[in-house]
Ligand binder design. Structure first.
Ligand code: ADP
Ligand code: SF4
Ligand code: MG
Length: 326
């Protein structure tokens, strides 16, 4: 697929947070990520691995003192980093929408939720107030909020957490964005509501021909909703594969460790997780995961692994990827 057919094409993206006392912390170290229309990419990694920084860098919103040192972000073929601030503002919210956790903080407590959705539509799409209210009602229906006519006039505090998150999703999708970035947006919800919201996000994304970058710490939830999985560790993608291949044949020891952590099998967890006492003895210039890796060999401490294809469409950053799972 050529760059212009892709919704998002991120290449060699580096983001640093300068520090007064030490060398800058690199939150992203050369991330490449391509997202095709209709794709739902699950971006999985532990806390601190760089997920939010990637989402923000895509939107051009890395918080100071963070800086994008290098890299390219093409959105529908347009270079986001070279776009002027006004053009980018126009794009954000309309063509790229972000959903984050804590819906109550996202919503204005003193404006009825219907008006909040209508305001976004009015502002971005230049339709009349009446049409915007019509879209707001359609969106409340689409996100399956019961009794939507009445809920148009509800204030955020009158809604449950799950309902408030649906309103946030309705706002995100009201202008039919091409890309929806969901950053841990469902982590505060209980499992059933989480699945409902994700299902909704998926059906709306498919209906509107958009794409989703679904960021989560919970690898298990991506199995049902994502088309492709990308695993991030210490600011680098370490594995990327279509969902079926990823869950059938995970290849990177870190991915397998994450999957084992969600399994109910203590022996499996133990086999793929290094005991805390063993971790400190492997500092080196090689693989970033070496200190915690149960498969590391001497070479892992000296040679930096590159992200390479181990099967068609299946990439892993590892000298000794797991080929077969027993
Ligand atoms: N505002 C910030 N100031 C300094 N360092 C930051 C800031 N935000 C992120 N970082 C650094 O970037 C790393 C990745 O953070 P983040 O992208 O928030 O990870 P995640 O979303 O995966 O939890 C952190 O471990 C931290 O070192
Ligand atoms: S390169 Fe070596 S240390 Fe790194 S993940 Fe692969 S086996 Fe483990
Ligand atoms: Mg985060």
């Amino acid at each position: 697929m050529s760059g212009e057919d892709l919704i998002l094409d991120v290449a060699d993206l580096w983001v640093a947070f300068p520090s007064y006392r030490a060398a800058p912390v690199h939150a992203l170290k050369g991330v490449d990520l391509q997202i095709a229309p209709g794709a739902m990419i699950g971006l999985v990694g532990e806390s601190g691995s760089g997920k939010t920084t990637l989402a923000r860098a895509i939107m051009g919103l890395v918080p100071p003192p963070g800086v994008v040192e290098r890299g390219r972000v093409l959105f529908a073929g347009k270079d986001l980093r070279r776009m002027d601030a006004e053009a980018r503002r126009h794009l954000l919210g309309r063509e790229i929408a972000m959903v984050i956790p804590n819906p109550r903080a996202e919503l204005n407590p003193v404006i009825p939720v219907g008006r909040q959705i209508a305001n976004v539509v009015f502002h971005h799409l230049g339709v009349s107030r009446k049409e915007a209210t019509g879209v707001a009602l359609d969106m409340l229906r689409a996100v399956r909020i019961p009794d939507p006519e009445r809920r148009l006039n509800a204030y955020p505090h009158e809604l449950s957490g799950g309902m408030a998150q649906r309103v946030v999703i309705a706002i995100a999708l009201a202008c039919s964005p091409k890309l929806v970035i969901s950053d841990d947006a469902t982590s505060g919800l209980d499992v059933t509501v989480q699945a409902q919201v994700l299902d909704l996000l998926r059906s709306m994304v498919q209906e509107k021909g958009a794409a989703t970058l679904f960021i989560t710490r919970d690898v298990a939830i991506t199995a049902h909703f994502c088309t492709r999985i990308a695993v991030i560790y210490a600011g680098q993608l370490v594995e990327m594969a279509d969902t079926r291949a990823f869950f059938a044949r995970p290849a990177h020891p870190y991915s397998i460790m994450l999957l084992a952590a969600f399994s109910h099998n203590p022996a499996l967890r133990a086999r793929w997780t290094r005991a805390a006492g063993e971790i400190a003895d492997a500092a080196g210039e090689g693989c970033a995961f070496a200190q915690r890796c149960v498969r590391r060999q001497p070479r892992c401490l000296t040679d930096i692994p590159t992200l390479r294809a181990i099967a068609p469409g299946h990439l892993a950053r590892c000298h000794y990827p797991v080929e077969e799972r027993q």
